[in-house]
Design a binder for this molecule. Sequence first.
Ligand SMILES: [Zn+2]
Length: 227
Amino acid sequence: MSNKWLVSIIVICLVYLLLGHLTNLRSYRSLPHRDLVGRETTLKIEIAEMKKADVENTSDEKQLYRLSIERAKLLAEIKIRQFYVDQLITMLFIVALLLVFVNRLRKKQNRLATTKEEVIRDMSVHIENPREEYIEEWELDSRTRDGYKTKEEAIRWLKSDPMLTCDYCGAQLRSTYTGERESIQLVTFYKNVPEGAKDLRVVFGSYWFPKHANELRCSQCGKVEKR
Ligand SMILES: [Zn+2]
């Protein structure tokens, strides 16, 4: 069922429930059933008698009108109880609310990965535990060549990989559950400590290193690619 219908149902149910609780339309709501029926019967007789007496003066007419309204309210209350209207409306209200919730979930599910851009956007990159390494100063350039200064840059590099497109059908490749996922790791490089010296933790810098998933599967044709 579409959300438009469900929302209409919810609004109608809500109006019904609120009218019953907040206005005096249902002033007999809490009256015991026996009293309700008894009162209705009394009124019925009273009204019939008044009609038989052929009311002519205005105050009697007004009284007849008032009694008729009261009887209508009593009758409505009796019918509402007889057909379990309150319970049904409450149930309908809850079911409609649940369906709206389910619809939203389903929509969210569908929204996941419909286009290639969305697959890339939703791709979750695992963050590994940070690592520390001691190196010589001359090694620094070569060791940090594949690293990035910021996490965002490393993730962007992973997501812009042209290898993520299937070379057979052109659809998006995704990391499998069995293989290792795309990940990034922060590595901090320290200056090697000479023999006998105290480790003063001389920092060269920290870099984010991206790592490809080692097993990818095409979301469309199922082709598996290992790296
Ligand atoms: Zn494919």
